[in-house]
Write a protein that binds this ligand. Structure first.
Ligand SMILES: *Cc1c(COP(=O)(O)O)cnc(C)c1O
Length: 400
């Protein structure tokens, strides 16, 4: 029987080709579009005419192709692509909240998102309560009459907590509010919208593009919600203008067609290295391990066949030790000491001093983020046993 729920098949089944039958859709190289009749233009502006392109900040054919592929990936009606993951996050949230509203957010989230929620939204008198997203009582108790949104990441950065999306969606629906989920760490592996999330956000910069050659993002949701983002009078996307360049859209679209294969390999390699680190006596956090606090939840919500993801962390106690180990691993060609993730080479960084440095130290302690945490985004290495041998050569630096 056909597996209807397989995200890679949903992308595979899209019929997208260029105007001359070119197998890759043509690339939009225009900011504006001609109309043969003036009335069609005014109808398009009024939102009464579908299928016409007006201006590339609003919509353009290349961005539409990529958006359709992302909507297929996530099983949503629609999507809109942005110039970065942060643009997707800020656009999605600003469309939903007004001055005086309140948001409940997972405490462990990407550092930039934390800074936006904690610092930037103060400008608009929007309050945010940060909670342990795996504690449903805490989530429920944080909701106020003016709460508009529950915000989380499927697999949180960098603690790799797993959000129980069906349970959170139930809480949101009972209160008549929205659940927005950043699915950047787990494309293919989890389909939040099919589990009840109202909005799914991606930094395409990471696994989805997978080449580290650009930054980009996406918001996926209902047709009504995505149309509201693009409304010429009130749409956050239209009015703040974080549109993705269509040349980039076209290159990201091609990379999406290898995403399912890449996710499998990232997962296989991460599981292998996580296990080796544990056997060598390290404290390891990998949701694929059966005794991991998020393991059962992830098993419950995941799509089959893509593994448990390419991310794991180890704790080497101090940032000095973390730095020594990372420098040595770079020298031994394990990968790069760099932020970001989802690249074909392994990337590692000390979260507390890099991608989570926006999170104040006291909150880092509260969320249990150890100073010596090294986050690995494991690459596509064909010989992962060799990679472990290289890592083994580096471990001595921790003993001096
Ligand atoms: C990187 C990242 C972002 C931000 O995306 P950019 O493309 O860098 O703007 C948001 N959320 C998560 C989970 C990320 O890893």
């Amino acid at each position: 029987m056909e597996k209807k729920s397989d995200p890679s098949t949903r992308i595979f089944d899209l019929l997208q080709f260029g105007e001359y039958g070119d197998v890759n859709p043509s690339v939009t190289d225009s900011a504006t579009y001609t109309f043969l009749e003036a009335k069609t233009m005014s109808d398009t502006f009024a939102g009464k005419q579908e299928g016409c392109y007006l201006y590339s900040r609003h919509w353009n054919p290349s961005n539409k192709y990529l958006s359709d592929a992302l909507a297929a990936l996530e099983g949503t009606e629609s999507a809109w692509v942005t110039a970065s993951g942060m643009a997707a996050i800020t656009t999605a949230i600003l469309q939903l909240v007004n001055s005086g509203d309140h948001i409940v957010s997972s405490m462990t989230i990407y550092g930039g998102t934390f800074a936006f929620l904690n610092n930037y939204l103060k400008k608009f008198n929007i309050d945010v309560t940060f909670v342990n997203i795996t504690d449903f009582e805490e989530v429920k108790n944080a909701i106020r009459p003016n709460t508009k949104l529950i915000y989380t990441e499927t697999m949180t950065n960098p603690m790799l907590q797993i959000s129980d999306i069906p349970a959170l969606a139930k809480i949101a629906n009972e209160k008549g509010i929205k659940l927005a989920v950043d699915n950047t760490f787990t494309p293919m592996i989890v389909s939040p919208a099919l589990l009840g999330a109202h909005i799914v956000i991606h930094s395409l910069t990471k696994f989805i593009n997978g080449k580290n050659d650009c930054v980009a993002g996406a918001v996926c949701g209902t047709k009504d919600y995505i149309n509201s983002l693009c409304d010429v009078n009130s749409g956050t996307a239209m009015l703040l203008g974080p549109s993705l360049d269509p040349l980039r859209s076209s290159s990201i679209l091609k990379n999406m067609h290898t995403l399912h294969i890449r996710m499998k390999q990232h997962s296989l390699n991460a599981a292998y290295l996580a296990d080796k680190f544990r056997t060598a006596g390290f404290k390891v956090n990998y949701p694929g391990m059966t005794d991991n606090p998020g393991h059962e939840t992830l098993k419950k919500i995941m799509n089959e066949g893509f593994g448990f993801g390419g991310m794991f962390t180890i704790d080497v106690e101090t940032s000095e030790k973390a730095n020594k180990l990372m420098e040595k691993m770079e020298t031994e060609q394990v990968g790069y000491l760099a932020v970001s993730l989802g690249y074909f080479k392994t990337l590692f960084s000390n979260s507390g001093k890099s991608t989570s440095s926006e999170v104040p130290e006291e909150i880092q302690h509260k969320m249990g983020l150890p100073e010596g945490l090294i986050r690995f985004s494991v690459g596509l290495d064909n010989d992962i046993e060799l990679t472990w041998k290289r890592i083994e050569k580096c471990l001595d630096v921790l003993n001096v």
